[in-house]
Ligand binder design. Structure first.
Ligand code: AHR
Length: 333
């Protein structure tokens, strides 16, 4: 996917403006420009949403955001499928949406590869596809638009903090990777590695925990069995849930997370932020899951024939302990 970071804020702003325009015309969240006409006057827009699964706290917040935005009162009938992180099951759910003849399909792709055929089938059937959250490696001619986060930048932000805090002395780091082949796992790894290049941080082990708390815990148990608490200085977990699993493993082995072993994660969901405030996680880069309104606005624009940007980025921030303590009570997820 081609990225233009410069255009990120402008695009997100434009989409937000489009959304404002959509919701200001009537109580049901749509004005005449947002009515795609595909369902006719007063008819609901049927949207098939192929979610990855329910692997993390982030995913739960994202699903809730999507279900709220694609509600009947906003003019949608949502057909929801969660694929339990199984790429084949997700592709067959999308095929089901095509056979059903939905008006539009929204996908949060489990993995980047393998989408060419089914996206072509959707295009042949005249059903627009809108990607949210994760990206695909297929040609961007095969989908209308994508809305999500800059995963590489998230990895870079996490790596820059690690480099600054720990890069000046020999540091043994273990990595808890997200789902193999997924855009966030690929891009966060790339961003982080680039940021710690030339420092004394050494990656001694890197394995997938599949973005789940149990996965993070059991991979961390393996690392501790191999290296001992004393042999590991730093954990980089590709999401909060795996970091929270690592905390359980460290505590069970008699270690003190955040002190004996430092932990950096990505997401900034409630449980992760609480662990940061408690000193068990040392730094978190946000990944905002509240993409529903932007995705719904894009679906309406695409169906109405309005021009949309190919990529719509939502900005992330990062938190150390003090910053987390300041905002934790006011966060929506
Ligand atoms: O694609 C976003 C990632 O997927 C989140 O970081 C992770 O928690 C989720 O499972």
């Amino acid at each position: 996917m081609k990225k233009s970071f410069l255009s990120t804020i402008a695009l997100a702003g434009a989409a937000a403006l489009a959304l404002t325009a959509c919701s200001s015309g009537s109580d049901d969240g749509g004005d005449s420009s947002a009515d795609p006409g595909s369902g006719g006057d007063g008819e609901l827009i049927t949207v098939g949403f192929a979610q990855t699964g329910a692997e993390s706290g982030w995913r739960a917040a994202n699903t809730e955001s999507m279900e709220t935005a694609f509600s009947e009162e906003n003019g949608f009938e949502l057909v929801f499928n969660a694929a339990d992180n199984d790429p084949a099951a997700q592709i067959s759910a999308v095929r089901g949406f095509i056979n059903q003849g939905v008006d539009a399909i929204v996908i949060a792709p489990v993995v980047e590869d393998g989408w060419d055929d089914v996206l072509q089938e959707a295009a042949d059937a005249g059903i627009p596809v809108i990607l949210e959250d994760r990206t695909v490696s297929a040609s961007d001619d095969l989908y209308a638009t994508w809305v999500g986060l800059d995963f590489e930048e998230e990895g870079r932000m996490a790596g820059a903090w690690a480099a600054e805090q720990y890069g000046g002395e020999p540091t043994n780091m273990v990595v808890l990777e997200g789902t193999t082949g997924s855009a966030p796992a690929n891009d966060r790894a790339a961003g982080f590695s680039a940021a710690i290049e030339g420092t004394q941080i050494e990656t001694i082990a890197s394995q997938t925990g599949d973005f789940t708390r149990d996965g993070g815990k059991s991979v961390m148990e393996g690392y501790i069995a191999q290296y001992g608490i004393e042999g590991i200085d730093l954990v980089f977990a590709h999401n909060d849930d795996m970091g929270l699993g690592a905390i359980e493993a460290i505590e069970a082995a008699g270690g003190v997370p955040g002190e004996d072993i430092k932990i950096i994660t990505i997401d900034a969901v409630k449980d992760g932020m609480q662990a940061l405030v408690d000193g068990k996680i040392n730094y978190i880069v946000e990944c905002n899951p509240l993409l529903g309104d932007l995705a719904a606005g894009l679906v309406k624009d695409v169906l109405a024939g309005n021009e949309v940007e190919k990529t719509v980025y939502v900005e992330d921030q990062a938190f150390d302990q003090a910053a987390a303590a300041e905002v934790i009570d006011s966060r929506a997820y």
